[in-house]
Design a protein around this ligand. Structure first.
Ligand SMILES: O=C(O)CCC(=O)C(=O)O
Ligand SMILES: [Fe+2]
Length: 268
């Protein structure tokens, strides 16, 4: 049978909904994260103005709850060449087509907003990487307010900043390499957001010697199995890129929430 016939037959067949088994969590409600009273984070600025990192920001129980919430909804993800992604909050456009965030992501966004002193985020992109996968150097662009918060879950990975496209293509060392441990929150804005590129190399091992923030005073005992000759082996990692899509009249959505970034040239 050819492909057209297979498609016709699939369309004509009655829709059969898979019945979840009793231990299947697909139908269960997403969990709250318990983030109401997080202590103020200890931010560290690490070699690049307007980039700061809070290590051990998220409690382990909240990390586990986020991962369970994401694993409950495999249909939210699309597979790309080098990762899987799930988008919450709508198409950033333009035009921005806002969609409400699920309650547990609103809870996370409120905690990020209060920890980093940022406006309430309205958009979350989840990236799911297997060991060896990464994301090419890029900027997040003008669709968002000029800041991003990245929450890492499941594995540490090294996150690089590059001065510009020529630098990223030059084969030289990045302007800054940061170790993002699981449960850390990276926030970057202004120059670091608008001028620099950022990305994660597609490799299985990250060299700890090359990062601006090697583990202090020593590598945590729970990482020892992944540590070989000063290199840390990546595990499966999720990152949540938490941002705010401005919602001005010109973008075709609620102007009362207008928070378009001012036009400023920050790059030298
Ligand atoms: O996974 C990461 O840490 C980076 C994600 C990122 O740069 C993005 O979503 O734009
Ligand atoms: Fe990005």
């Amino acid at each position: 049978m050819n492909v057209k016939a297979l498609i016709r037959r699939a369309k004509e067949a009655p829709e059969v909904k898979a019945k979840p088994s009793s231990n299947d969590s697909f139908e269960s409600e997403p969990e709250a994260l318990g983030l109401a009273c997080l202590p103020s984070p200890a931010w560290r600025e690490l070699g690049l103005r307007s980039a700061q990192l809070a290590q051990e920001w998220l409690p382990e129980a909240s990390e586990a709850a986020i991962l369970r919430n994401l694993q409950r909804r495999p249909g939210d993800f699309v597979a790309l060449r080098s990762k899987r992604t799930a988008r919450f909050g709508g198409d950033p456009g333009p035009p921005f087509v806002p969609e409400p965030l699920p309650d547990w992501l609103n809870e996370l966004c409120a905690a990020v907003s209060s920890a980093a002193g940022l406006p309430m985020p309205n958009h979350v992109l989840v990236n799911h990487y297997q060991p060896g996968q990464g994301i090419l150097p890029h900027t997040d662009g003008p669709a968002y307010m000029p800041w991003a918060a990245i929450l890492s879950l499941g594995s540490a990975a090294v996150f690089d900043f590059w001065r510009d496209h020529a630098h990223a293509a030059s084969g030289e060392a990045p302007a800054l390499s940061l170790l993002l441990p699981p449960r850390s929150l990276l926030v970057f804005s202004e120059e670091a957001y608008s001028c620099h590129l950022h990305g994660l190399a597609e490799r299985r091992f990250d060299r700890l010697q090359e990062v601006a923030n090697p583990p202090q005073p020593e590598v945590p005992a729970s990482w020892h199995e992944q540590l070989k000759d000063g290199c840390l082996e990546r595990q499966e990692r999720y990152s949540l890129t938490i941002r705010h899509v401005p919602c001005g009249e010109s973008r075709g959505c609620d102007s009362s929430a207008d928070s378009s970034p001012p036009e400023r040239n920050l790059c030298h």
